[in-house]
Design a protein around this ligand. Sequence first.
Ligand code: HEM
Length: 488
Amino acid sequence: MVFVKPAFKLWLSYGKVGPAAWTKPTFLIGDMWEAMRARKTIGQVLETLCRKNDKEPFFGVYKLLKPILVVKDPELVSEVLVKNFSSFGNNEVTFDGGADEVFRENPFSVGLDRWKELRTRLSQAFSPSRVKLAYDDLLTSSRCLADFVAAAGADTSQDGLLLCKRFTAHASARVLFGIESHSLEVGSEPGVFYDMGHEVFNGSMMQSLRFTAYFFFPPLLHIIGHQLVDWKVINFFRKLMKDSIEYRHKEGVVRDDFVSHAAKALIVDGKVDEAALKKMANQAINSYIETFETSALSVGSTLLLLATHPKEQEQLRAEIRERVKPGQDLDYETVTTLPFLDKVIKETMRLFPPADTIRRCCTKATRLQSASGRSVNVEPGTAVYIPVDALHHDPAIYSHPHDFWPDHFSAEEIASRPKNTFLGFSEGPRQCPGMKYATLKVKTAIATLLQRFEVTPGEQQVLPIKRDPKAFIINYEGGIWLKFRPLP
Ligand code: HEM
């Protein structure tokens, strides 16, 4: 009690966040209880609090006893994410030191000292020219997805999320590890490559507990262990990478792809350098984890929105058919320059962003001052949250905040709203380094499917679509159910 009361008064003691901009948290529990019980997502909890603090550029909340500054004014969002990186460069939870072997090689989870090195390495691996190299593999996987969908027949309502995860597993096996997986083989189970990706976020009770602790109460990880990625998964991928690189080296296989670029640094005197392999495999595992759920969900969400918006679906198909005649190949230049496809994908990510909250930690004392004159001193160690859902659904920013309205991404609408208010991949130096690759993957899959099928909601689809707060990243109540009718 002696400790708790002052902790709850902390925002007031900062003096600058006045009572109006300070929520009244539940004693000991704070403001995130509904998110902790999976009744709402964190993004939804923050969105409700943002509406209550409509006039405030920022406000204080509590996650258990931890005070968090929520910044919602677009100018200040830019300050935190882009302009004042020296004060807000760190993510909320960092894993430097002895923690999880894989996660401590991920720019997302390390402090600024290591971040730069890891980030540079990853940005090179996913540079625009390397992403272009991945296109043939992405197209092959998209065609396999279309064949897989066709085999089920027009009357079958298919589990859209499972389909999309099978697709990302297939694409990642080709692009990141240079192997063929069986995850889109008609009549077969999704296979071990899929299972390993699925296991990361849907593994044992202990894994789920660790992920929950990672988001809500990181000190608990010191007691229950930091190992977020199971050793079984890590060892599987390390061996896979080693075998793939050794095979190419022995057989003299030369392909201009991700794996060949990785292999160049790994073979020393005709043998695989084990230490370098570990690093490279950790990077590939992280990339597989980053892409497995997020890309699958982006493809699945886009298909669901197109299935429930036939007019937009038809408009998109007409755009594709105008550029690609029947029987003609969908090439890289075409996929990356279809304007309506680009709008549809961004609009899907606006309505249902896979990352609904961006969490930073202040590293250098600074002062945030809004144009309205309100200001707050932010001390090192303070957690700062950007409420992505609230910004994406704000009627002051988007003309049709709760509708599927691809024209939100027309040149006029973009010019009429403040910068950095679309945060599907975030903004600034920590913006998602896989953005170009993930976007290409989603676009290729959607364009390939729409060329061949009309998509409609399956009978089990729960409508209207609502997010399922129990999902680790994003899902919808009852899941995603789709039917694919072949087109002439
Ligand atoms: C549709 C798919 C994806 C979405 C929606 C997505 C979204 C995001 C978002 C919102 C962030 C947070 C950025 C921030 O903290 O400001 C992020 C970070 C990150 N993403 Fe992605 N991502 C996707 C796919 C990928 C892929 C394919 C990779 C593989 C390279 C990847 C690697 C990362 C990494 C390493 C970070 C941390 C970056 C840093 O802290 O510097 N993501 N992503």
